[in-house]
Design a protein around this ligand. Structure first.
Ligand code: S5P
Length: 254
């Protein structure tokens, strides 16, 4: 049974997840924009337009060809102005000792600016320990399922991901999944693979509608091309926001 966001605040313990729910309630949106564009200006222009409609901005910072640390400062400023959090979709997937460096060092210094990060669980719990050892105040999202056709996250894999999350509630705050993977109301479900006008991209991605994603257990829907490839990204984001939030309200209504 899905609980209203206001009730979820009683169960969700991670401070970043609590912060996210408060943003969702303040702005009446559970939409995350996946801003997969490849130049700083495109990214800033997109966020300027879509910022008012989202609770969360998801970045792939390593696809921005002209990245400089100044971009992060500008994104942080926009996140304050428009009231959203930032999730760097780095999908860490290596040994604890390697991810420590990937998370905190290198060009991107992800630990210095992200609110949320994610990781694959194929490596085992050492990855969680490694990331946690250099985290500042981030929430970790474990990839329990994937939206791509033919992916290898079977039920056993998914349940192992859930167990790893249960073993570290001070750091893990939710899952990337295609449907609800746990009855535990303290974890948030972030569901990618959402698009209103198409069901696939010919490269394995599988899309469902915002309401289907919510009915399957999404707390937050993640939308990329559906928004940034639109000729009117702000209008389109508003449409996704309204469809997803209405579906959530319908589902949680007494
Ligand atoms: O299983 C997944 C996990 C993720 S994080 N499937 C996904 O599509 N993603 C990400 O969500 C993917 O890397 C991309 O950034 C976004 C989906 O973009 P869209 O254009 O397909 O909506």
């Amino acid at each position: 049974m899905v609980q209203p966001f206001s009730d979820r605040l009683k169960y969700v313990t991670h401070p970043k997840a609590q912060e996210l729910i408060k943003v969702i309630l303040r702005k009446s949106t559970n939409l995350c924009l996946s801003a997969d564009v490849t130049s700083s200006q495109q990214l800033l222009d997109l966020v300027e337009k879509v910022g008012p409609h989202i609770c969360l901005l998801k970045t792939h910072i390593d696809i921005v060809s002209d990245f400089t640390p100044d971009l992060i400062e500008k994104l942080k400023k926009l996140s304050k102005e428009y009231d959203f959090l930032i999730f760097e979709d780095r999908k860490f997937a290596d040994l604890g000792s390697t991810v420590q460096k990937q998370f905190s060092e290198g060009v991107y210094r992800i630990s210095s600016w992200s609110d949320f990060i994610n990781a694959h669980v194929v490596v085992g719990p050492g990855i969680i320990k490694g990331l946690k050892s250099v985290a500042q105040d981030q929430g970790l999202i474990l990839i329990a399922q994937m939206s791509a056709a033919g992916n290898l996250c079977n039920e056993t894999y998914t349940q192992e991901a859930v167990k790893m999350a249960e073993n570290d509630r001070t750091f893990v705050c939710g899952f990337i999944c295609t449907k609800s993977v746990s009855d535990d109301q303290s974890f948030l479900n972030f569901v990618p693979g959402v698009n209103i006008s198409s069901t696939g991209d010919g490269l394995g991605q599988q899309w469902v509608s915002p309401s289907e994603a919510i009915e399957k257990g999404a707390d937050v829907i993640i939308v990329g091309r559906g928004i940034y490839q639109s000729s009117e990204p702000a209008e389109t984001a508003k449409e996704y926001k309204e469809q997803a939030f209405k579906a959530y309200l319908d589902l949680t209504k007494e």
